[in-house]
Ligand binder design. Sequence first.
Ligand SMILES: [Zn+2]
Length: 498
Amino acid sequence: MDFDLIISGGTIYDGSGSEGFCADIGIAGDRFSAIGDLSDATAARTIDATGMAVAPGFIDPHTHCHSDVAKDILHSDNLLRQGITTVIAGNCGGSGWPVGEHLAKVETLGFKSNYAMLVGHHTIRSIAMEGSESPWPSHEQTVAMQEMVCRGLDEGAIGVTAGYAQRHETFEEIVAITRPAAEAGTIYASHIRSEGNGLLQAVGEAIEVAHETGIAIQISHLKTNGPSNWNKLEIVLAMIEDAVDHGLNVAADRYPYIGWHGGSTNVMTRWCYEEAQKRGGREHLKDTDIIEQFRREVAGLLAGYGGPDKLMFTSLSEPDPEVDGKTVADLMAQWQVEAIDVALEIERRNAEHRIGAVGFTMSEENLKRILAHPLVMVGTDAHLEVFGVRATHPRNYGTYPRVLGKYVREERIMSLGEAVKKMTTMPAERYALRDRGWLRPGYFADAVIFDPATVADTATFANAHQYPVGIPYVLVNGQVAVDNEVTAAEHYGQVLRR
Ligand SMILES: [Zn+2]
């Protein structure tokens, strides 16, 4: 036999960004071995890809898989079925820790896609500052965090990530924890400080970190949140382009949806939430002197979303038919109450049902401009899903097919070649993944075979647990991991260390 596997007759999109060309692909072991006319060659198996596109396996730069792995969920089927052959976990400031132990666990238990991880700033911060009175780290604690970044990188992490969940992270602290990652020549993925009202300052701060440390920065899930911020995109893109023109290494990723998915606390402002907690539960708010302030905050928050019809509730555990799939506006009508009463009632029910919220607060026009921008790659922001369990964001099942179907085939916001580049070589080069990303001889044989005429997402906000269509085959390290839309039980992924 000349090869273990031949993919014959497909149109190859090699990751360069150019349009496809017709050729056969020979795979030997875990690598692409030959590309060309292989009609006389022999192989243990041949997959006929006539009429299909063949691309390098998709590399997802933005996932939260590490938190699922920590909970012993290792089914990556929802990602693999999209064509994702490599995931980068540890984003928005959270990661597995210690990195070495986490990666060893993935290796031991097995994973269906390849797996790489960043070191999370929040994760190491909470360890370094355990028991600390102050929300700001001391010099010693900062040094401890820097040492943990170094250790994480030594143990195989491919960069560092920060988010701003605790809101006390100063610019200086971010620079301090980023510097060791810069010195190691790795990347900093940032869930920036604000994606709405403070967007411009936040993008500026991210660029300033790149300027200060020289690190490559990835702005995670780039968006303009809230209608009053939609007109900022022009400036945001100009800032990023300008930084790149001045020699800084800045890029971004984005998922192809205008709705986000978060906890029920998104129905009130942070101030309300903290005030309510301080007063021993939201129930007590009803009779206090701060009720007017609370009313104004909730109304202002919803106005910022674009109105009470832009926030929809979904149950994260037990279904709650009373509120599932309903917006704040729906519930105001249903219960004949004001928005503040809906917010309080949702928080009361949250204890029993773990209610989530979906906010349709982004702009479709901006989404298209962001996705098509040459400095932006595709990323899911996904979790690992147990099929059919809990309400979740459709991006967990539909991101890549949605870009290929809705945005490339139907809306033509970019060519198929460019879209494949954003899913393969761009993240591979940016995250320094050795021998991956290209469909070329010598590279690892991660590949996706899809039908450009039919590929589509089917997952929705109402029912996210639906696999895409038009992606019959996915190869991971030369093995057929999805075979005619059936996911193999074997774990063909490898842990990718720095
Ligand atoms: Zn994030």
